[in-house]
Design a protein around this ligand. Structure first.
Ligand SMILES: *Cc1c(COP(=O)(O)O)cnc(C)c1O
Length: 415
């Protein structure tokens, strides 16, 4: 994609857009929640549908002129149903957080009780953090992972639920490298007569491809983002049984949003269509294989992985055992200088702060999109290790940067 038309009228914005394309081409995106969509998804997202007001749902709109918006939204819904096997799908949430907001609004009253995973243990702001609306409107208590094993403490969660008597239990996480046992959490929710929201934001693509156990048909509500392990452009999605369909739809519109971002719904339709191709299953499998290879090579270098490994697309490195004086932030900054972009992350039992935590989180979805296999991921692990071991050594940063240039030249991305 060129930005010639933007450049003709607005060179400042064109500079930023071209800069961003070059940045993505020339660096390795290892932020576990990021990916690269196809040119087809980007083209759909930049369509004339951005002009359209489609308040309501297909064939039940408040304004005229929605025949093509109806087509696009229905395609997105039908494809999502096929991908995840859900009875009911709402493709209008502007983001994963707004999908969660829609479910809370559909399922809870103000003051009701949420039980969700602690943010520093891998949870998400939208699960009831005090800085998020959910933490202000609802009562929130949090469960944890077992600090020894790094796995969800399912037994502790069950006991906590019996004591706290929540109205909803939230599963699904931002920095959890292991398979989630949704059925076990559902059993806890059933035992205390609570709803269960499975937020699969990070693993929507893995679930769609059958590479991770699916909560669809198990949990009462499932939310996801459409831009992480599935490459359908920025947005959110809600899935539920038919019994909750009307409540969910009215919680999204008019409950918490106005007109849907129909150009993004078009991006979702295209991206979901791509994910229905058998090649997507291979992509999802490779993403997980790559994360395992990355993790094992980091372990070979003596680094400590939370939970001892990974079942999904990300690894979480606890720097404290091997490099007690090095923080996640230092490593993040030096890696970025060398062209490897990932994020510092808290680890279970965090002893520093959320701003300067003790871990780094690294994901393989975007590298796998670029065509990386296990061997290339092992090489990236070697590069990450070199920086972890000497984050302030300019010569090391320069050498890693050189290798990143070679890798990004070999595995090309956008024209
Ligand atoms: C990324 C994420 C979300 C959604 O985030 P948005 O940026 O609002 O799309 C929701 N829940 C979890 C667990 C996430 O990791």
């Amino acid at each position: 994609m060129t930005y010639e038309t933007v450049r003709a009228t607005d060179p400042a914005v064109a500079d930023a857009l071209e800069g961003e394309r070059e940045r993505q081409n020339d660096t390795l995106a290892m932020i576990a929640s990021e990916n690269h969509v196809s040119e087809a998804v980007m083209e759909a997202q930049s369509s004339e549908l951005t002009n359209n007001y489609a308040e309501g749902y297909p064939d039940e709109r408040y304004y005229g002129g929605c025949e093509y918006a109806d087509d696009v939204e229905q395609l997105a819904i039908d494809r999502a149903k096929e991908l995840w096997g859900a009875d009911h799908v709402n493709v209008q949430p502007h983001s994963g957080s707004q999908a969660n907001m829609g479910v809370y609004l559909a399922a809870l009253d103000p003051g009701d009780k949420i039980l969700s995973l602690d943010l520093t243990h891998g949870g998400h702001l939208s699960h009831g953090h005090p800085a998020n609306f959910a933490g202000q409107v609802y009562e929130v208590e949090q469960y944890e992972v077992d600090e020894e094993s790094g796995y969800i403490d399912y037994e502790g969660l069950h006991e906590h639920a019996e004591e706290y008597d929540p109205d909803i239990i939230v599963s699904g996480y931002s920095a959890y490298p292991r398979e989630v046992d949704f059925e076990r959490i559902q059993a806890t929710a059933d035992a205390v007569d609570a709803y269960h929201l499975a937020d699969i934001a990070h693993i929507t693509g893995l679930v769609a491809a059958g590479v991770h156990e699916s909560p669809v048909g198990v949990a009462d509500f499932v939310t996801g983002s459409t831009h992480k392990t599935i490459r359908a452009g920025r947005g959110g999605v809600i899935m539920c049984g038919d019994e909750h369909a009307d409540d969910v739809d009215s919680a999204v519109f008019p409950g918490s949003q106005g007109g849907p971002a129909m150009h993004n719904v078009a991006g979702k339709a295209v991206g979901f269509g791509e994910a229905l191709d058998p090649a997507f299953e291979r992509y999802a499998e490779q993403t997980v294989t790559n994360a395992k290879a990355l993790g094992e090579r980091l372990q070979d270098h003596g680094l400590d992985l939370v939970s001892g490994g990974t079942d999904n697309h990300l690894v979480l490195v606890d720097l404290r055992p091997s490099h007690p004086d090095t923080t996640g932030k230092e490593v993040e900054e030096s890696l970025e200088e060398a062209g490897i972009v990932l994020n510092a992350n808290t680890v279970p039992g965090e002893t520093r702060s959320a701003f300067n935590p003790s871990g780094i989180r690294a994901g393989t979805p975007a590298l796998t999109t670029r065509g990386f296999g296990e061997e290339a991921c092992c090489e990236v692990a070697d590069l990450i290790y070199e920086i972890v071991d000497a984050p302030h050594d300019e010569a090391v940063v320069a050498e890693v940067s050189q290798r990143v240039d070679e890798l990004t030249d070999e595995y090309t991305l956008y024209d």
